[in-house]
Design a protein around this ligand. Structure first.
Ligand code: NAI
Ligand code: MG
Length: 331
């Protein structure tokens, strides 16, 4: 069998630090792949005049999977489109899977068995960045299509079937009309075809429920914007953004990245938690048909977090390199 090809996009800030750690872990589980490093992000923009060179997109398109660190999107830079949004669009990565689980001794819910998968619609809604500034007002277009709603809810139902068969559908159809009315109408149709315990949850109230009782939830499917917020909320519930992995899946491409960004406040200090990206690499192994290697990494992470070797945001004093080495020793 030929080696899988992986496009590696380090990006900005802590992106390269956590990617380097993840590549070491992939080596430690003897994952034999052909890696191609490609540029993207704000540093790339400053050097090459574009944050996403055509060559990077080509490499991403011809690879079996993409491992992505994080990029900086400066809020004030004009003509600077978000790289990750462009990649999701160009590669048709319509499903963003964001699992969060609790680990012993980490976060406020460490003694509860929280294991939630947020399935976020990744291609439309407010994140298409269509809108206008007109004099003293600005507006964004919020568009949902039946096709995209159907596709993502179907995907979430399939995920729920493999888990605890529980699906919460996040919406704000009481106010965001008609877009969210369409969303719940289509979701309601799709779930008929599955044998699941389904609930429709108004997204703000859902936030309260998640904080009060996160272990009551299994799979949550949400439009783009709500999914982004809900998954960061889950990161807080399980104790750190530095633990949250994600997969962006499409018909013929897949990209794996931590939920967190480039963290300029800690970049260059060697203290970024690499585990979110390492767990994203584990999701990639699963996708590429290597579940045993993926499980080995996940079990090693659980074991590691029970010990003292942790990065500062989890209350430890270890560096990125120390955490990576300790994980390699466990593997
Ligand atoms: P962020 O996720 O980079 O950081 C938020 C907070 O969490 C910071 O205090 C940071 O130090 C901490 N943090 C994040 N990851 C960590 C890790 N692995 N270990 C330890 N602590 C960690 O979000 P922020 O500050 O809102 O955004 C910074 C930049 O990243 C912005 O330019 C933003 O646009 C970009 N961003 C990029 C994303 C991507 O590439 N997919 C996603 C989110 C933000
Ligand atoms: Mg986010």
């Amino acid at each position: 069998m030929s080696k899988p090809t992986i496009a590696v996009i380090r990006g900005d800030g802590i992106g390269s630090e956590v990617i380097d750690a993840s590549l070491q872990i992939l080596d430690a589980v003897f994952f034999n792949a052909e890696y191609t490093v490609a540029d993207a992000g704000y540093d790339c923009f400053q050097q090459q005049g574009t944050p996403l060179p055509d060559e990077t997109l080509e490499i991403a398109k011809r690879s079996d999977a993409i491992l992505f660190g994080a990029i900086t999107t400066p809020p004030n830079a004009k003509n600077y489109p978000s790289v990750i949004i462009q990649l999701r669009k160009s590669l048709g990565l319509y499903a963003n899977l964001r699992p969060s689980r609790t680990y012993p001794y980490i976060g406020r819910f460490s003694d509860e068995d929280v294991d939630v998968l947020v399935v976020r619609e990744n291609t439309e809604g407010l994140y298409v960045q269509e809108g206008k500034r007109e004099g003293q007002q600005a507006y964004n277009i919020l568009r949902r299509t039946e096709m995209a709603c159907r596709r993502i809810v179907q995907f979430a139902c399939q995920q729920a079937e493999q888990r605890q068969r529980k699906l919460a559908i996040a919406h704000k159809a009481n106010v965001v009309k008609p877009a969210d009315e369409l969303w719940i109408e289509i979701a309601g149709e799709v779930v008929q075809n599955f044998d699941l315990d389904v609930s429709f949850e108004i997204v703000d109230a859902l936030c309260t429920k998640l904080i009060m009782n996160p272990s009551a939830f299994d799979v949550i499917v949400a439009p783009n914007f709500y999914g982004d917020i809900l998954s960061d909320l889950m990161a807080g519930i399980v104790g750190s953004l530095g633990l949250c992995a994600s997969a962006n899946i499409g018909q013929s491409h897949a990209l794996f990245e931590p939920v967190h960004g480039s963290a300029p406040d800690i970049a260059g200090q060697g203290i970024a938690n690499p585990l979110a990206t390492i767990l994203s690499a584990a999701l990639m192994l699963d996708y590429l048909g290597e579940p045993a290697k993926a499980n080995a990494i996940e079990s090693a992470v659980v074991k590691l977090l029970q010990g003292p070797i942790k990065t500062p945001e989890l209350g430890g004093t270890a560096s990125t390199a120390m955490v990576t080495q300790a994980l390699i020793d466990l593997l």
